[in-house]
Ligand binder design. Sequence first.
Ligand code: SIN
Length: 288
Amino acid sequence: MNKFSPEVFENKDLPFTVNRLSPTIGGEILGIDLSQPIDSQTKDLIYEALLVYKVIFFREQNISTEQHLNFSKNFGDLEIHPFAPKKDLFPEVLVITHNEKSRGRENTWHSDVTWREKPSLGSVLRMIEKPQHGGDTLFADMYAAYEGLSDEIKEKLEGTIAVHDFANFRNRLIKEGKSDEEIEAFNKEYPMPEHPVVRTHPDTNKKVLYVNAAFTQYIKDWDPEESKEMLKFLYSRASVPEYQCRFAWQDNSIAFWDNRACQHYANSDYWPNVRKVERVTIIGDRPY
Ligand code: SIN
């Protein structure tokens, strides 16, 4: 049994309990109050839980924005998203609101901000206003996705590099009327980064499938058709139910996911009702 298996973790002397959401991904943590500062041992165990379950959940955390930020800062520096709406006075808090006029668009499998040279370590998302029905978020274990590939495909992907881009945001910025000069400035600031198709997680040392349908563009040095076909297949791996868990939110639920280990998909089935969340994103390292 490996060090990061739920069985090993759950046999430790923990200051909280964990309910698993599925055999491979997702753990709901009970008995922690995130409005209070956490001691370093608890912090280390929460981080270990993140490595074990890939996404962890907390319920009934009626915390302030400062407490949301303070909890997140335990795990690294926070990023400021250059394109998404932010909360007044809190540039590190991204506000995602959908309603009658704005249909949910986070319903593509992805890992956050892989268009950055140093994509995110993790995201801490708090449900502010949950629709009465629907609006669940699904998570997929990308270690399991990698392990499920055939030996032939694993061999083919060995050492391959994919190019990522913020194309979806660029298209939106163009629609919103940004000038060519403004777009060019963004292009210069966020040049299309290259990341391994299969990265190694810096803490678990395990291999993870690291391409996603939202931001990956093509596999470098491959024939364009072959790259397109392979990526289409690799993207589809996140949709395999055996690799997934699904979280049904309540107001003040919090999810903390490891962007290096999993992908997520916010179900947009609640339109035209309101769904509002606030996300804080922790900066990661350069994938290798
Ligand atoms: C996101 O894609 O970061 C948002 C996920 C969600 O709203 O559940």
